[in-house]
Design a binder for this molecule. Structure first.
Ligand SMILES: [Zn+2]
Ligand SMILES: [Zn+2]
Length: 195
């Protein structure tokens, strides 16, 4: 009787420990090499998928994680190739160099995982209402995947994508809707905010 009870207790304790271990957030430095940064992104993504029910459709074994030195505007990007059924998330080394392993970097990774869920569920990704509902639950904004040296960001008023930037205040920054500029994505008026 006693032995049985002990066995039961041991088994429970082991199971609990295992779970605690896998849900501990992985921590990283601010001076990783690009290769280390890539590994960190992958490990954090695996952690986030485990942590949030929202990411349940995502199987990180099926997602390629890449980093790029050439991305200058997007800090992260989710790319889906339907024919190959290939899902890739790519992160900018420049964003990491600017932000370090920060909350902003981590929310960028969660942001791209939201796009992964969209691609898996509907074959398409955007920053619409469905994005906002999921983004709320995993604490990301639609802006967190953009990094730039600009002081002001110009965005499409329709879909929220960044379409450009300015280093100083001008009419397009203060009154973007009063200019003739339209976004290339939706042909909509522009909005601005501080970067
Ligand atoms: Zn996005
Ligand atoms: Zn747009």
């Amino acid at each position: 009787m006693n032995a049985k009870l002990t066995d039961f207790t041991t088994a429970t304790a082991t199971a609990t420990d295992a779970r605690t271990q896998t849900t501990t957030e992985p921590m990283f430095d601010d001076d990783m090499t690009p290769a280390e940064f890539r590994d960190a992104c992958e490990q954090y993504a695996e952690y986030a998928v485990e942590q949030f029910d929202t990411f349940e459709p995502v199987d990180m074994d099926e997602v390629t994680v890449e980093v790029s030195q050439r991305m200058e505007r997007a800090a992260g990007k989710a790319i889906y190739k339907p024919i190959q059924d290939d899902l890739t998330i790519r992160f900018a080394v420049g964003a990491y160099e600017k932000w370090g392993w920060s909350d902003r970097m981590k929310s960028t990774i969660r942001h791209e995982l939201v796009h992964c869920v969209q691609y898996i569920k509907k074959g398409d990704a955007d920053h619409g209402i469905g994005f906002e509902m999921m983004a709320d639950k995993v604490d990301v904004t639609k802006y967190c995947d953009q990094f730039t040296d600009y002081k002001y960001i110009l965005m499409c008023s329709e879909c929220g994508d960044m379409v450009g930037g300015r280093h100083r205040k001008s009419k397009i920054v203060t009154d973007p809707e009063k200019t003739n500029y339209v976004s290339p994505c939706c042909r909509a008026t522009l909005e601005s905010r501080e970067a």
